[in-house]
Design a protein around this ligand. Structure first.
Ligand code: BGC
Length: 582
């Protein structure tokens, strides 16, 4: 059982004193989270007693960090002019760096951090994310995702650290500590999505998780327990169903397990538009404390809950519990004393020291799957062809949740690409063959970069609603490789992807193969390892599939099931030192 957060009696008294002064409308207002642009005017923020503001995809709060801070400070001033002066929480989907702000440091997505297995590094990355989020006006991030993905067809595999509860728990702990534990630059972290998000049948985002209660507890709960023990401020409910019940309305798991058994005393926040999607007042009765009342849900939510309380459908105690949890975190994170963003942090966004940590994370995340014929490390004076659009595009190398919700297909400010890194290190000729068809027969080696276009959430599901992606490389990307191998040129393949893909044939064809995940803004870190300045350290955070046939059942090859033999097991990874898996 999780260790109970030390009760701070003084703080609890302050919270209770405030609650005792609040009207029902003010309490429901605290439970409301709105978008900063479409749902509400600054005046409404006051009159509807809003508790929190979210920024995610959509119009930006301004054109630079100063303007973002000013916009949020203006909203904060509005609520601070109300009777009870309860400050707002500003939340953001900063899931691999402050990825909603162009120019911030963008870290590898969590799957890459899982491959590093380095908790100190994860803590540093989270602390930098917190600082850069704070510098853009936020005090709350919706990260880390601590899912245990069990099927690569799920479009959010990359948001999670790994398929292994032990590794994920260790990194979840480091991430929460990094986000929250660094004094004035800390922000509230969110463990998400509770529970079963990555373990739905056939990897469907928001689908049904049919694991038994024992399996849920054994496989999925440990990272939440670790996050709670580290004092995580909030936990987000998941879109999926479990036992046929939408998780948002699952009282036995939210109130029974999470709040009572695991003694989580923070905020259970809903996911997007949950009130109208998952059973209205049922979600409040199940234990949701704060609701993303977005995209037109706000009035319906506030009026619906008010009537339900007046009719006795929701108890006042339940409302008080929700408000208590929200206010407790506002006190804990010093919002009453320090409600405004700190201008002095702006100059720290994307600074070289932060990028150096991100570059280290890129280097340590790379998993070497094959290295034959002495193709790696690359020689500085070799003549090298660098192949494919993914080699020179920081948008493509960063995946979803980068500048935009669905990611970017173009390069963005402050980032470096894989090609730029290779050019920095090479003293020989480097030819860029963007579409894999250049007439280059006399190069010593081709570095071919293949991958998945960026995606987020259900857009990335394979075989789902959108069905935009596949478990194999596209024909075009397969050709980049065969064009070179057919010429007898040595090839190093770099795979940019949010999950393991079926690459069995391409692995055979190539001399070396590197899983690089979604490295983020510091693409040049890859070259430091390719040229042997650093050794490979990354280990597979997932079992690697051998064939699309591996996906006939509910789950792919995974940590819990050895009936589907993987091509490479969890933990596999070669290096220069030994060139064997250790
Ligand atoms: C996602 C969450 C995210 C939220 C807010 C949802 O669609 O599932 O992970 O934090 O949007 O943007």
């Amino acid at each position: 059982m999780a260790k109970k957060f030390n009760i701070d009696l003084d703080l609890e008294q302050k919270v209770d004193a405030l609650i005792s002064q609040m009207t029902l409308e003010e309490k429901i207002g605290q439970m409301s989270q709105v978008r900063h642009f479409d749902d509400i005017s600054p005046e409404d923020i006051k009159t509807k007693y809003i508790g929190s503001v979210i920024h995610t995809q959509g119009p930006l709060p301004g054109s630079n960090a100063e303007e973002w801070q000013e916009k949020f400070a203006m909203l904060q001033k509005h609520v601070l002019s109300t009777r009870l002066k309860i400050p707002l929480l500003f939340g953001v989907d900063a899931v691999h760096g402050q990825n909603t702000y162009e120019g911030a440091t963008i870290f590898p997505h969590n799957i890459g951090l899982g491959a590093t297995g380095n908790d100190e590094l994860v803590e540093k990355a989270a602390a930098i994310t917190a600082l850069e989020s704070k510098a853009t006006g936020f005090n709350w991030v919706f990260s880390p995702c601590v899912a245990i993905p069990m099927n690569e067809k799920w479009g959010r595999v990359y948001e999670a650290f790994s398929e292994c509860p032990d590794l994920t728990s260790r990194l979840a702990k480091a991430s929460v500590k990094g986000h929250q534990g660094h004094g004035d630059t800390g922000v509230m972290a969110t463990a998400k999505h509770f529970i079963g998000d990555g373990a739905t049948d056939f990897g469907v985002e928001g689908g049904n998780c049919s694991l038994s209660r024992e399996e849920v507890v054994e496989r999925l709960i440990p990272p939440y327990q670790a996050a709670i023990e580290s004092g995580v401020a909030s936990i987000m409910a998941s879109f999926n169903t479990l036992d046929g019940i939408p998780m948002h309305a699952h009282k036995a798991l939210i109130t029974g397990l999470l709040k009572n058994e695991l003694q989580f005393d923070g905020i259970v926040v809903s996911d997007w538009k949950a009130y109208s999607r998952f059973g209205r007042n049922d979600i409040i009765n199940a234990g949701i404390d704060m609701v993303m009342a977005v995209d037109g849900d706000l009035d319906d939510f506030q009026e619906g809950v008010k009537s339900a309380v007046l009719e006795g459908v929701i108890s006042e105690d339940r409302i008080n519990d929700a408000v208590r949890r929200i206010l407790r975190q506002k006190f804990r994170f010093g919002l009453f004393d320090n409600p405004f963003p700190d201008k002095s942090l702006i100059g720290k966004i994307g600074i070289p020291e932060h990028r150096a940590v991100a570059r280290q994370a890129v280097r340590e995340s790379l998993v070497l799957l094959k290295n034959e014929n002495q193709v790696l490390p690359l020689k500085k004076n070799s003549k090298i062809a660098v192949v494919g659009p993914f080699a020179n595009n920081s948008g493509l190398q960063s995946g979803g949740w980068t500048i935009n919700w669905q990611g970017n297909t173009e390069s963005y400010q402050g980032a470096t690409t894989i090609l730029e890194g290779i050019r920095k290190f090479s003293s020989g000729e480097v030819i860029y063959d963007q579409d894999g068809t250049a007439e280059v027969d006399d190069v010593d080696v081709a570095v071919i970069v293949v991958g998945e276009n960026p995606y987020a959430e259900f857009f990335g599901d394979i075989g789902g609603e959108m069905n935009l992606f596949q478990l194999t490389l596209t024909e075009e990307h397969q050709k980049y490789i065969s064009n070179y191998t057919e010429k007898g040129i040595k090839t190093v393949v770099i795979l940019i992807s949010g999950r393991p893909l079926v690459i069995t044939e391409q692995l055979e064809q190539s001399d070396a193969f590197v899983a690089a995940w979604l490295p983020g803004s510091e693409g040049d870190g890859i070259a430091e390892v390719l040229f042997g300045q650093f050794d490979f350290k990354g280990k597979l955070p997932h079992s690697w599939p051998k064939s699309v046939e591996d996906y006939q059942g509910k789950f792919g090859p995974n940590y819990w099931d050895n009936s589907i033999e993987p091509l490479f097991p969890f933990g596999y990874g070669l290096n220069y030192q030994k060139n064997t898996s250790s």
